[in-house]
Design a protein around this ligand. Structure first.
Ligand SMILES: *[C@@H]1O[C@H](CO)[C@@H](O)[C@H](O)[C@H]1NC(C)=O
Ligand SMILES: *[C@@H]1O[C@H](CO)[C@@H](O)[C@H](O)[C@H]1NC(C)=O
Length: 246
């Protein structure tokens, strides 16, 4: 019995953090009135994007969730209409003011060396920041161009803020990998997968072609992730039974 119990605890310990890290298991407490229809586990920096796209007026509501690099740091999410990196990004950035309240600022990032607070290319219909339990959230609604059905996005977390200005982020692999793309509308035969390796509105790759998906980690569906987690969980379980039996 004791053996079984420790086996169970051991297995649960290994599996549960994996399940905790998918956006489908996240819920919003408090006064959040918006319900998001879609969510995407961003492939880097433990970040998540919940979103709803209203096609009738081309508005995108997002909740971006990430832990800043330090409690006094910042988090940011951006659409880049002209590239895949930081240059050209239309960014929403959350930081804490000296009085403790979390604010969301907007930045149009023209180059890597300086970032200047300014209005975005897109109308920001609302924005709000939150900080709790080591995690920052950016809630915002953007009015997008009507023909924009997918876009490149980047996101980031930073360690500190000096006089209201976010300090430079680290350049670890996880920081540099924080880019992907988001497809707002599912195409026929898509199976409801959120995100796409192909940011432009180019036709979907045909079978055997389109090998240049470029690290399209945004393209993995929740189903696939859950399946992978399930398979991982099962092999952990079998592995631990093996250890205990033999
Ligand atoms: C903190 O300061 C900002 C302006 O910098 C203000 O908008 C906000 O209401 C203040 N928050 C509190 C809790 O006083
Ligand atoms: C977003 O969610 C809705 C409702 O679940 C679904 O119909 C749609 O296909 C999803 N969009 C994408 C791009 O996955």
């Amino acid at each position: 019995m004791a053996c079984f119990l420790s086996l169970f605890l051991f297995t649960a310990f290994l599996i549960s953090p994996i399940y905790a890290q998918t956006c489908t298991s996240q819920s919003f407490a408090g006064n959040s009135t918006v319900r998001y229809t879609n969510c995407t586990d961003l492939p880097s920096l433990n970040a998540f994007l919940h979103w709803s796209y209203d096609q009738t007026n081309a508005t995108l509501s997002v909740a971006y969730i990430a832990p800043p690099a330090n409690p006094g740091g910042w988090v940011a999410w951006a659409i880049n209409p002209i590239g895949t990196g930081m240059a050209g990004a239309e960014a929403l950035l959350a930081l804490r003011e000296s009085n403790g309240s979390t604010v969301v600022k907007t930045y149009r990032i023209s180059n890597y060396s300086s970032i200047v607070e300014s209005n975005l290319l897109y109308d920001v219909l609302d924005r709000r920041g939150e900080f709790s339990n080591g995690t920052m959230k950016i809630f915002a609604t953007l009015a997008l161009p009507e023909n924009m059905t997918s876009f490149n996005m980047i996101w980031q977390v930073g360690p500190s803020v000096t006089n209201g200005v976010p300090d430079v982020h680290a350049f670890q692999r996880s920081n540099l990998n924080a880019k992907s793309s988001l497809r707002l509308l599912a195409t026929a035969g898509d199976g409801g997968s959120a995100g796409s390796p192909s940011p432009s509105s180019s036709p979907p790759p045909t079978a055997g072609g389109g090998g240049g998906g470029g690290g399209g980690s945004g393209g993995r569906s929740h189903g696939e992730k859950l399946l992978n987690n399930g398979v991982f969980g099962l092999s952990v379980l079998l592995g631990s039974i093996f250890v205990f039996v033999f």
